[in-house]
Ligand binder design. Sequence first.
Ligand SMILES: Cc1cc2nc3c(=O)[nH]c(=O)nc-3n(C[C@H](O)[C@H](O)[C@H](O)COP(=O)(O)O)c2cc1C
Length: 177
Amino acid sequence: MNIIAICGSPRKGNTEFVLRRFLIKAEEFGHKTDLILLREKKIGHCNSCFSCNDEGSCNMRDDMAGIVERIMADDLIVFGSPNYFNNVTGLMKDFMDRLQPLRVEDKLAGKKAVVIMVGEEGDSKSSAAIATMTSAADILKMAKVGDLYLVAKKALDVENNPESVQKIDDFAKNILS
Ligand SMILES: Cc1cc2nc3c(=O)[nH]c(=O)nc-3n(C[C@H](O)[C@H](O)[C@H](O)COP(=O)(O)O)c2cc1C
């Protein structure tokens, strides 16, 4: 499979580490992978012009067009975000909103989705945030094949926790091998 991971963290921290680790495992299982760091991209807020509904494409001229072209060639999209206020980050939300042109024509229908989230509180606090990304995948008619939540606060918490790293490896194996 071609796998793309989308990182919604504004910093080089846990989410990026988890996604990179997941992709390393994916490569070991023979998949082709790529990582997009949203913090390095210029992605404007959707401004509700609805040109995607009327003309089938987005009028905004920024990095989203290239990302859309890229994910159209992928089989599995990994949505990765830290938990901010029991939800995704603004970076991830802007990205999801800008997928509206693909929603209009069901262009991502049938592709696989994985949802990954990192937050400082325990699993039970993450459900709303996980649900946001799951809901985006559902709306886009994608098939969610798994979700993963890891507890971490400081930037290196996941990397420095062997149990968390093992959890990523096991998750990747379950989904990708
Ligand atoms: C503005 C802000 C809001 C946050 N809100 C939550 C929250 O509601 N629940 C939670 O579990 N963690 C929350 N956190 C903690 C982050 O999810 C945590 O630090 C995470 O490891 C960050 O991921 P990153 O290292 O990939 O950036 C918040 C952090 C920030 C900066």
